[in-house]
Ligand binder design. Structure first.
Ligand code: ZN
Ligand code: ZN
Length: 407
């Protein structure tokens, strides 16, 4: 049997519900998608629950499950994946947090949770703070986009069971980190000490003095939230015996891939926003297919339209995706496997992720031809009714890589 290569295209938040504005069709049903429909006709089709029926998955937990990692086992919080997405070097057992640069007054009351959406100088602000020692714990911080940063605590006896320092609101005092379990007492103590010391450094920092002179809000505090322990994750290549790469714009999913040892391919113009260059992503898949057996592509835009509760915008995004996926399909080697699905539904009527299952289609040259059109309703004629955790097995089967169970 000739082993095949697989491309997994995840259209983030693609699934939806009946939209009143679209004659009670879903955006995917309503959109003109000649390419996706053409591929569906040559594919196995059906529905997937990215985690389990009715579970409202995050993008992180669903991607983990789809890639074959049990999120209930490896996911304790968002922090580690965000930190990995910023290319921080992490070790299993590290405790990682997401952080905001924020502005507080003299009484530690939050004036602006994003420090006036600070755009420059955050790397300088962190210079003195990164590498700080508190007791026997070393602190690492790295800036992200705008006001975002990641914080990592490394040392013995740490726990992710601490509450957020970020009060998630303005006009209130920052919170003390509290241990949510007795074994997290040390972590809470260190975290509070870190926030105090960082504040002392930041409020006197020349970058902030300059900001204040210009009438801008100083980034005078770091507010950690979303603690998680860096999990031990078996490398994707070892687990699935496929050399893997990913093309994803969002740091969170990049972080998941990084922890799984999946190479991230940077594509100029792939922003993770509405304006993302989808064609550039597809070209990058084709250029890298020689080197890898498995390439994950994530397109974030449908999720954004769902959060924005804009069904017509979602239709527009889907029609652009149709063109890009059509281009990919037409240029794939004949023997490649193409999977198109979503990580969860983000219905425009909800404005957030829901537990509604998502459509999936799996194309291979010799795949059973089940589909008619690619949407939530039409795929019901197909054979698939799966969970995200089934997908890698199904991919390994259709790429002729599955081990036989028994004689
Ligand atoms: Zn998502
Ligand atoms: Zn989302």
């Amino acid at each position: 049997m000739q082993k095949r290569k697989a491309i997994l295209v995840i259209l983030d938040g693609l699934g939806d519900r009946a939209s009143e504005e679209l004659d009670y069709k879903t955006p995917l049903q309503y959109a003109r998608t000649p390419n996706l429909d053409r591929i569906a006709k040559q594919s196995i089709v059906g529905l997937m629950d990215s985690i389990a029926p009715g579970i409202r998955a995050g993008s992180d937990t669903s991607h983990l499950n789809i890639l074959g990692y049990d999120p209930y086992e490896v996911y304790t919080g968002r922090g580690p994946f965000e930190a990995a997405g910023l290319d921080m070097d992490l070790e299993p057992g590290d405790i990682a947090f997401r952080c905001n640069f924020a502005t507080v007054d003299d009484n530690l009351v939050v004036v602006d949770r994003r420090a006036g959406r600070i755009k420059e100088g955050t790397d300088k602000l962190l210079e003195e703070i990164n590498g700080m020692k508190i007791e026997d714990v070393t602190v690492f911080v790295k800036p992200g986009v705008e006001h975002r940063a990641a914080l990592v605590l490394r040392g013995p006896g740490l726990s992710p069971a601490v509450s957020d320092v970020d009060p998630h609101d303005v006009g209130v005092r920052i919170h003390e980190a509290r241990p949510l379990k007795p074994e997290a007492e040390k972590t809470a103590r260190i975290l509070n000490e870190f926030v105090r010391r960082a504040h002392a450094i930041l409020k006197e920092h020349p970058v902030n003095k300059e900001r204040e002179k210009r009438g801008e809000k100083p980034a005078n505090i770091l507010l950690p939230r979303g603690a998680g322990v860096v999990p031990h994750i078996e490398k994707f290549e070892k687990k699935h015996d496929m050399r893997a790469a990913c093309i994803v714009g969002t740091p969170l999913i990049r972080g998941i891939c990084k922890l799984a040892g999946v190479t991230s391919i940077d594509v100029p113009g792939a922003t993770g926003g509405y304006d993302t260059d989808m064609m550039a992503k597809m070209r990058a898949v084709l250029e890298n297919l020689e080197k890898y057996d498995f390439i994950l592509v994530n397109i974030k835009a449908p999720d954004l339209a769902g959060h924005d509760m804009q069904p017509r915008k979602k239709v527009e995004v889907i029609e652009r995706i149709d063109e890009a996926v059509g281009y990919l399909f037409d240029n794939l080697p004949e023997d490649a496997v193409l999977v198109v699905t979503a990580d969860h539904s983000t219905p425009c009527s909800v404005g957030d992720h829901s537990g509604d299952p998502v459509p999936i289609m799996i194309h291979a040259r010799d795949a059973r031809r089940e589909g008619e059109e690619f949407n939530e309703i039409s795929v019901l004629r197909g054979s698939l009714r799966i969970r995200g955790s089934d997908l890698m097995n199904i991919i390994k089967n259709i790429t002729n890589r599955a081990e036989k169970f028994g004689a």
